[in-house]
Design a protein around this ligand. Structure first.
Ligand code: SIN
Length: 358
């Protein structure tokens, strides 16, 4: 898989990468039923044409279609392709910043993936990567995609003394670190933003900026991007009333390398899982506890002492913890191949303790 090749651009520009999503969606009957639509129908060029008049004349844009999907169908090889495209583009001195249009359903996964694999490099180069999307299709009367895309392009090209390089997200006139982004509402226009106040795209809140710098200070080294076939198989399992031991037992000996346990409350899971989880740990399956609540922190040894080797996810939601665990397992494997004796826990611990922007 490779995005369509482009002749090299010789002038300084913002690169806009299209991944699909509702922002590129079309509804057959947009006036009557804008929520009945197909995502990933329009190409990135067509999205940029809609905002052409509002782009400052001196700002050069170059676009590239990486994919055009409904992001619920996001695959790990596609994440690898996006990550490699971003890394190569960051290295290009002509690229000032990168905007990514993406479906909102799994922006959360892509946001944390880019932070953990490209965040330090972007910060060191002083370049911003901005993810954006939309909740309404491109032909809906009140479509939010054009203003989100415009904000993302402005944010990617804002002078650096306002805000450092790194991986951000912009939706509904507000910005946050992409790793803080999560969709927590099915339909609201600001659904894909974190719950706590962060910043507006035009005006940076100083306490938010301090939070960004704290996260960036704590993140010392990017993790390797797994090659398509290197991604370890990791599943998310939700603990609930009536959970059964079989939910865990069926994964034993079947090739799964990790389980993310979306527990209740502060990340506790049903006692019915205890015995098969002990067996999973013995088999070397990586275990991470998180919370199904959608907010707050999951600490180690709360509510009970953790099973040996099991880690708590800190502020990571289950979908983010899953990506983080996959990257941690892969990073340990790559380190072992060059003779460094590091475990997935060594890498995961660096991620789970990243500060939370309040
Ligand atoms: C998608 O995630 O591709 C569809 C939903 C959306 O973009 O809001």
């Amino acid at each position: 898989m490779s995005p369509n090749p482009m002749p090299p651009e010789k002038t300084s520009h913002i690169l806009v990468l299209g991944m699909g999503g509702t922002i590129a969606g079309l509804a057959p009957n947009p006036g009557k039923d804008p929520l009945s639509y197909k995502a990933g129908e329009l190409g990135i060029e067509a999205l940029l044409e809609k905002i052409q008049e509002d782009i400052p004349g001196e700002l050069k844009l170059v676009s590239r279609q990486v994919a055009n999907i409904n992001s619920r169908n996001l695959t790990e090889p596609l994440l690898s392709l996006l990550g490699q495209t971003v890394m190569e583009s960051l290295a290009n001195t002509m690229v000032r910043g990168i905007v990514i249009t993406h479906g909102t359903d799994t922006m959360e996964e892509t946001g944390v993936f880019l932070q953990l694999t490209c965040g330090k490099y972007a910060q060191n180069l002083g370049k911003r990567i901005i993810i954006t999307g939309a909740m309404l299709p491109a032909n809906a009367p009140e479509a939010d995609g054009p203003s989100n895309l415009l904000d993302a392009i402005r944010w990617a090209s804002t002078p650096l003394d306002n805000c450092p390089g790194g991986v951000y997200a912009v939706m509904a006139g507000r910005a946050c670190l992409a790793m803080d982004l999560s969709k927590r509402h099915a339909t609201a226009l600001n659904a894909p933003l974190q719950a706590s106040p962060s910043s507006s795209a035009g005006l940076i809140n100083p306490s938010w900026l301090l939070g960004v710098k704290a996260v960036q200070g704590a993140w010392s080294e990017d993790l390797p991007i797994p090659k398509g076939e290197e991604w370890p198989w990791v599943e998310i399992l939700t603990s609930h009333a009536g959970s059964r031991p079989e939910t865990i037992a069926q994964w034993l000996g079947g090739g799964v390398k990790g389980l993310v346990l979306a527990g209740s409350g502060i990340g506790g899971f049903h006692d019915a899982w205890l015995t098969p989880l002990g067996e999973a740990a013995k088999q070397g399956i990586a275990l991470v506890r998180t919370s199904r609540t959608g907010g707050g922190l999951t600490y180690p040894d709360i509510p009970e002492k953790d099973l040996a080797g099991c880690m708590a996810s800190g502020s990571l939601s289950a979908p983010r913890a899953r990506i983080a665990l996959q990257l941690a397992i892969n990073a340990a494997k790559q380190a072992n191949l060059v003779g460094k004796s590091l475990t997935w826990q060594d890498f995961f611990a660096r991620i789970a303790v990243l500060p939370v922007i309040g």
